[in-house]
Design a protein around this ligand. Structure first.
Ligand SMILES: NC(=O)c1ccc[n+]([C@@H]2O[C@H](COP(=O)([O-])OP(=O)(O)OC[C@H]3O[C@@H](n4cnc5c(N)ncnc54)[C@H](O)[C@@H]3O)[C@@H](O)[C@H]2O)c1
Ligand SMILES: O=C(O)C[C@H](O)C(=O)O
Length: 328
């Protein structure tokens, strides 16, 4: 008998990330090869024509796992019965902008979406915010979604984690899959802290393979922090395929047990761990147990360098929160 389909709502479905993401959800990359999915695709009116084209292409793939597709501009219709709400729709930054510059443009989108999720999504809904600045947009959505527990809201820093692994692998002459325990702390922004001090290469401290501390504390961190801007400069548009891949990886990590001893980076609602103000949406090391419950990994040691970096990114999250106080 067919498994009950999982319902996934995706906002900004006709955008660049949407175009790279929907086909991976429908093909089984996100929930596995035996899990059917319903897609509820949300776009603003001007995006509806392009969305119809994307749906024609979804049809033309004849995906065995794709059970139903709905396209709508109505938020309550779009989030109806959603087990997962992937909030991608929003304006990307252009060259020379910081992601925080988008707060005024995008912040308001997330109040209405939070309310609609609370009104019509499934009881077990989980919400992953991708639209930038994603941490603070997630904060806005969470505060607008009355009745939905705070631990269901996430913002995406997995792309940063993957970028950091790729940089370390290249420098260390090892494969990406040899890198574990890579944590991105704080904000998905230029202040994020990719923590090389706790990351491992083949189970040993990174510093045993990469002895160039100046590179680790300098170029490595700034390359990861600035990678989004570098892609915008090179491509003329913000990352889309790698961002969609980050969404797939994040949902897979939240729905499968974390390999023993490892962790993944996800921005979650802080409970005060590591001195991060409770209630901020901040990235930290997360693990998921066999029942699908997530936790902040306790006891990760932060040296003076790491603490200073963490303080800076948390301060930026406080500032962003203050800037959207009227939406909270
Ligand atoms: N967290 C991350 O790692 C990460 C990575 C890459 C991009 N992003 C962000 O993701 C967002 C989307 O990027 P993109 O490249 O797909 O942009 P895009 O401009 O190609 O697509 C955005 C889509 O969202 C739609 N949209 C706008 N407002 C909407 C609303 N209120 N409801 C529903 N849909 C709406 C637009 O019509 C458009 O189709 C941007 O904010 C970008 O900065 C985040
Ligand atoms: O950098 C951007 O604005 C897009 C995205 O957040 C990224 O990290 O690639």
């Amino acid at each position: 008998m067919m498994k009950t389909p999982i319902t996934v709502s995706v906002t900004g479905a006709a955008g660049n990330i949407g175009y790279a993401l929907l086909f991976r959800i429908a093909s089984g990359s996100m929930f596995g090869p035996e899990q059917p999915v319903n897609l509820r695709l949300i776009e603003i009116e001007p995006g509806m024509k392009a969305l119809q084209g994307v749906i024609m292409e979804l049809d033309d793939c004849a995906f065995p796992l794709l059970n139903d597709v709905v396209a709508t501009s109505d938020l309550e219709e779009g989030f109806k019965g959603a087990n997962w709400a992937l909030l991608v729709g929003s304006v990307p930054r252009g060259p020379g902008m910081e992601r925080g510059d988008l707060l005024k443009v995008n912040g308001g989108i997330f109040t209405g979406q939070g309310k609609a999720i609370a009104a019509t999504a499934a009881d077990d809904v989980r919400v992953l915010v991708v639209g930038n600045p994603c941490n603070t947009n997630a904060l806005i959505a969470m505060n607008s979604a009355e009745g939905v527990p705070n631990d269901r809201f996430f913002a995406m820093t997995r792309l940063d984690e993957n970028r950091a692994k790729s940089q370390l692998a290249a420098k260390g002459g090892v494969h990406n899959s040899d890198i574990t325990n890579m944590c991105i702390w704080g904000n998905h922004s230029a202040t994020q802290y990719p923590d090389y001090t706790n990351a491992k290469i083949n189970g040993k401290p990174v510093t045993e393979t990469i002895t160039d501390t100046e590179w680790l504390q300098g170029e490595f961190i700034s390359t990861v922090q600035q990678r989004g801007a570098a892609i915008i400069k090179a491509r003329g548009a913000s990352s889309a395929a790698s961002a969609a891949n980050g969404v797939v990886d994040t949902v897979r990590s939240l729905t499968n047990p974390t390999p023993e001893g490892d962790w993944t980076s996800i921005a979650v609602c802080s409970d005060g761990s590591y001195g991060i103000d409770a209630g901020l949406i901040a990235s930290m090391p997360i693990r998921v147990d066999a029942e699908g419950n997530w936790d902040v990994v306790p006891g990760v040691e932060l040296d003076a360098f790491s603490k200073e970096k963490l303080d800076a990114t948390v301060q930026e999250l406080r500032d962003e929160k203050a800037a959207v106080a009227d939406l909270l």
